[in-house]
Ligand binder design. Sequence first.
Ligand code: DGJ
Length: 991
Amino acid sequence: MGHRGDNANSLYRSNSFSSLGPGRSQLQSFRSVHFNAQQRRFDLLCRTCQYSFRVDEHGWLEHLYWGVRLQPDDDLDFLRHTNISLPFDPIPEKAETFKPHIFVVSDILKRQSRDSNRNTWKAATMMQRHHYNEEASRLENACWRLLAMKQRRLLREREMAEGEGPQMNTTAFIPMTEDERALLFEEAVAKLMNDIADTRLKAASAKKDAWEVREPGAVKQQGEEQTSMSRIPPGLERVGRNTKLLEFSDYGTGDYRIPSFRVMYADGSHISPMLYKTHRVMLGVVPMGCGMPIVGDEFSVQTDAATLIVTLADPFTDLEVDLHYTVYEDFDIIVRRTVIRNKAPRGAGGVTVLKLASATVDFESDAYHFLHLPGEWAAERQVTVQPIVEGYRGVDSRRGTSSHQHNPFAVIARGDTPPEEDRGEVYGFALMYSGNHRIEVEKTETGRVRLNIGINPDHFSWSLASGGSLESPECIMAYSSDGLTYMSQQLHKLIRTHVIPQEFRGNWVCPILLNTWEAFYFQQTHDNIMQIAKEAKEIGVELLVVDDGWFGRRDDEYTSLGDWDVDFRKLPKGLKALVDEVNGLGLKFGIWVEPEMISVQSKLYEAKPEWALGQAGKSRSEGRNQLVLDFTRKDVRDYIYRKLEAILMSANIEYVKWDCNRHLTEVYSRQLSPAKQGEVFHRYVLGVYEVFRMLRARFPHVIIENCAGGGGRFDVAMLKYSPQIWCSDNTDALSRIRIQYGTSLAYPISAIGSHVSTVPNHQTFRHTPLKTRFVVALCGTFGYELDLTKEISAVEKEQLKAMNRLRTRLAPIIFQGDFYRLWNPFDSSSSVAAWMFVTPDRLKALVFAFISFKKSPGRYLPRLRLRGLDPDEKYTVSELVPTTIRRITSVQFAEDPHRPVYQFGKPTIEISGKALLNCGLPIKLEFDGDSCLFEITAHTHIASTQVVLPPGGASSPVLNKRKSRDGPGTTLLALLEEQEIPRSVSSRAVV
Ligand code: DGJ
């Protein structure tokens, strides 16, 4: 793939505006957000792409363009001429009535809104309450000090006004109401945040251009602009809302497409025209008041992002909407969210929000494809692509979690053929939300296409009393002009650097774990655990995870969820003694919990039946024989948090697997009023986030692995708390190839929980060679899920040891490398898959190829063309885990000669990057479930080492005696010893 920024657009890599053309005086620029006052146009500029929209003559936000970066002096006004006035297109009564009431561009660092200050503060205190960090408490103290100073000053002013002269009593405060006090406190917070931000901005602006501050009224002085506000080009006077490309589609005013939001006022009306009111720009990200996870760090000013907030207002009511755009310039990513506010005076009627999309994106008339990731339990995220045709389609979850069935991720790809990996324009959307979501796509009679993404409006309503606001989850929008690979790589990088918890970023690689679920199921006894722990330690496992069954009376799935106390029948010495013993072996310890659930057969249910979701007097449905706790309730959340805290405090536990094994039904909270029952689904998710957040704050170094019956809650929001997610309950390697491939579209490989399990596989009963089980698990967090005490022979044990050493060596490339998909297992004609990882310096790479079933012995595979390498570099290609199957030419018979059979007749070859990119590797995958793994090292890689896998077969009598339990080619899996050999020797090394 071409390297981004190496094209003509590289001119714009820097934020210098010296090259700007005419109209510069009216161009206000703050980092990656540019505002052209004359054209009322916003350009959000990323490294290679641009997102542009304008305030039109009616005050609507007209979307103009999302694509590769253009020339800065391109006047995108001409794009309006694609609009056509149509007979059935309603237009406002007076097309020219819009006069912006404020139209001020201000530096938010000077005039931050009360709302965002309030949100910042709420978020900060929330974290502080849960012992997040010292900064929060320092901040609070400073605010109280500022408040006290301000009160004193007011008092002095009042005294002066009353002619009393200053008093000496500096501790006196003006008596004030709670509201006044809150207001002052907010101002104090605002001042403090501004001071902090100012200082940081000064530091940052040493490198980057600072915002041109314009005072209110500055734009109005430019008389010409005022005229142009109402000038509509001839022929466009009658273009209504219904056909325009819009940033936010209001309801009931003539846009018949799927709207961005819908409200109901107290008088029963839904009509809500939303017009531009003002906008502001700030450095960094804006925290969510409701505590929802966001991309980026809400507790410091992030200097690599800038946020534009455009406020729309309903001129007839007190409703306002903020559209947030956070621009991650270096990632070609824009993160959007929407906030709706009822600014009605106290006592005035409330508003009910029935729908609030996080983002609406309208696409110009063209051919498009829609890619999404539907699935089911044990077959999550199966890539599905369809052309977008006239009409409406939606994919969503109504299950309370993001779900196995429809992942909150989708791609719109331009073109009349399905998207490709290395070419074509693609637009990726990942919703940062773990509950009910909906992605809706509509192609209308004009050929234009709208996408809305956000919380599912089904079974959703939210009452906004006066002063209230509702925030949508964030939507990450990634653009690529070079196909899917670049889009995925940017999402992976953003998630790795700005979403997963700080502690697990950078060079961090998760420990190799062994999970006891498929080994013991509910029989998690002290003896079982210690036996497997010893074996695990011996083969090089680093973390032992005790799964479901260690608590209450949990002998099966009918009982004990909610009773988070040790089952002394199984762990007679208690949890701490067990953890200490495991630690004593040199292993970390992890534990399984399912905090959101309650079994009817439990002490908790006996005591608190009303804590389960559902309506009194009506029956409830069980899923996996359990009910769901009402996480909208604070008492429930506090109880569960305290139990989790107690478990984690009781012993040296360094990992938690947070499971969730059913979807929600009978969604009703007994604690909420009837009017608020439409809020339960969303409040439930907010409640889950709160407990996750508290855990993270209290135990920042504990690895949390999220799981929901496998990969039923694999979404970006969960990655804010857990750096890894169990990808699927299906541990069968061949099924996993497709699941992991689909998951890679949006999510980094470092987040994909993947284990080597036994054969026959517990979900599919398939026998897959150990080699393939190993290489598939390698492309994820890597671990084991099998009974090492029974299911592994002495020979395999040696192989596992070598595999673990190999994984430790290769993991940095897998965790931090750029990921390229090569062969797509979802191609209908395909039974193969391949992908590769390349380090950012292009000096190291790993290539994986798999075959699920051999269609015909005579059919050749295409050569595997590699990607991401440097064409001018010379590379050594080493085959790491050779097969032992070969074909005897005379009889065309496949046999297992019990010694390594290398793809190229020898363990390594030397070849140029150009050849690898253009000719590809000739690969033979000889039997069902076969695979291969190559390590590629550039010759300029100074400390070059080669790995040769010496044959373990013919020389090993043990191996020769063994029957092929793991399928062909693996009984002789070479003892994967690493050898450092000089480069000159490596090319000559032969079997
Ligand atoms: C479902 C998970 O996905 C499994 O790995 C295991 O933890 C079970 N739940 C335990 O009940």
